[in-house]
Design a protein around this ligand. Sequence first.
Ligand code: ADP
Length: 397
Amino acid sequence: MRILVINCGSSSIKYKLYGVEVGDCLAEGIIEGIGAPNARHRHRVGDWETAVEVSVTDYHSGVARIVEALLEWGPVPPVADSREIVGVGHRVVHGGERFSASVIIDPAVMETIEGLDSLAPLHNPANRAGIEAAGALLPGATGVAVFDTAFFSTLPERAYRYAVPAHWWRRHGVRRYGFHGISHRYLVERASEVLGKPRPNLVTFHLGAGASACAVRRGRAVDTSMGMTPLEGLVMGTRSGDLDPAVVFHLLEAGLSASEIRRGLEREGGLLGLSGISSDFRRLAEATRAGDPSAALAVEVFVHRIRRYLGAFLVQAAPCDGVVFSGGIGENSPEVRRRALEGLEDLGLALDLSRNGGEGERRISAAGSPISAWVIPTDEESLIARDTVRLVVGGQV
Ligand code: ADP
């Protein structure tokens, strides 16, 4: 029995295949550039890897290619018959107020997800397209939706409400939902294991192209930096994160259109906007080393915002057991971790510089630091697979 995990983005499909005993992944890949003239399909089975240019016009043909690759590619394809795939776990970005846990997908669930399209216009329609494609191509497999918002269903009202007219919330759904919940939940589960504490108090950071922080008390999310949409909070690759909402009407009154402002905040802001060079942290780190002042400033603002949330969330999570770094930047940049944690010994958080480098899951705080610090590589797909197994096959994996 196999479990397929599918993550449909706005122009890509990432996937991983697991056995029902979710441990090592048996195959994985990505199709990028869906709808573009030259889409690219990378597929790996064990040590065997291939990358080919393909024509993939939509999610249905993308999922069809993935099923074909799993059945036919590599010296030993991991699936002999598509009926071996008993469950398909889908990452769904927005579950609104309705979904506080993963669910088996049925027509009513699909209708509810569709009703949330306006809150996640780039993501939920792509997620639904992936669900429909998998349903048609693997009719024997049970679909499971795993929501990026679900982990934040435990936020208290004081954390999820904005101080705006109450009818905006009731009529238009204006509240904080939080995102990256699959990653933060994974980090909390792993941190609980490495700390040997069933319900830890934590501050978790997912720092990738998108970036978010989460305050956790007794294993549950109590606050998060992302808001009604994934635009709020930390500085991201191209997203501004926090800003004074008056900026928006100031710019409207100055003659910019709503779509220009949206583009500036979502696609041309963040590290890219600040530096004018790139949204990619590695390139900014190189440019900083080469002496570029705007790249250095972008990194400085990025770290400053992390420290702002760290301070706020250490209070929310007090007495805090640990701070966790994850995501492409959080896992791979010792520099960001060092600068984020600099000078916090009096708050009980002391980094051990000799542990800050290195790779993989590890503690990076000094022995005896009352609050420990960790690097935990996130693994959203394995969590989606585990939820899928639990709902489709039953039992705890
Ligand atoms: P996504 O949110 O798309 O999954 P990732 O978690 O892969 O993104 O993170 C992408 C970010 O991580 C990019 O800004 C990239 O430059 C950064 N990154 C990846 N490797 C390193 C590294 N070795 N050092 C610093 N930054 C890195």
